[in-house]
Ligand binder design. Structure first.
Ligand code: GRF
Length: 188
């Protein structure tokens, strides 16, 4: 069983998927948000999960996050819609134990500027036939760490960035994240 700390900035549907999963042994022990308005915080609170909001950027914020994760004895850090770049100290402290979910088939449409709806707009503008989601380890670069799992779907001719984002989130991301956690539970 892994004690999971989830970092969020927004809606938190991926967080909800982990909370609701009945086929993993791991447990979300704390949630940290960069955004005090994030609905993810409401989700966590309604499940009695410890929450913390860290709005500071830079070393101060990073120190607070690391301290909170340690306080909750977190084994695995999951970035689920977290819109900040992690700093060196946090990455070093949790090396090999931080994963991120990204809504594209990395290495395509990853890196600086590719977050939120911008990812899906780029996929549509590029007339890609396929898109999907990727769970990967987090390292120093943006969206560059080793890929753990990836799953694809067909981009429909009438897809907009919004419909594509929604289908990827609902049909792929939630189950992919759970499958990745299952692999990590098994030590794979
Ligand atoms: C997801 O598309 C995730 O891949 C991306 O941000 C979105 C977050 O959704 N990194 P949610 O907050 O989990 O609903």
């Amino acid at each position: 069983m892994l004690k999971i700390g989830v970092l969020v900035s927004g809606s938190g549907s991926n967080l909800q998927a982990i909370i609701d999963a009945d086929d993993i042994e791991s447990e979300v022990v704390c949630v940290i948000s960069s955004n005090p308005e994030a609905y993810a915080l409401t989700r966590a609170q309604s499940h009695g999960i410890a929450c913390y909001c860290v709005t500071e950027k830079g070393e101060d914020g990073e120190h607070k996050i690391t301290h909170y994760l340690k306080q909750h004895k977190v084994d695995l850090v999951v970035l689920a819609g977290y819109l900040r770049i992690l700093g060196h100290n946090l990455l070093k402290e949790y090396q090999g134990r931080i994963i991120n979910i990204h809504p594209s088939l990395l290495p395509k449409f990853g890196g600086k500027g590719y977050y939120g709806i911008a990812v899906h707009k780029a996929v549509i503008e590029n007339k890609e036939k396929k898109s999907g989601a990727t769970v990967h380890y987090v390292e120093d670069g943006i969206d560059t760490g080793e890929i753990i799992l990836q799953r694809e779907l067909d981009v429909q001719p009438d897809d907009t960035a919004q419909t594509l984002a929604q289908r990827i989130l609902n049909d792929i991301e939630h189950s992919l994240l759970i499958d990745a956690i299952k692999l990590l539970e098994k030590g794979e």
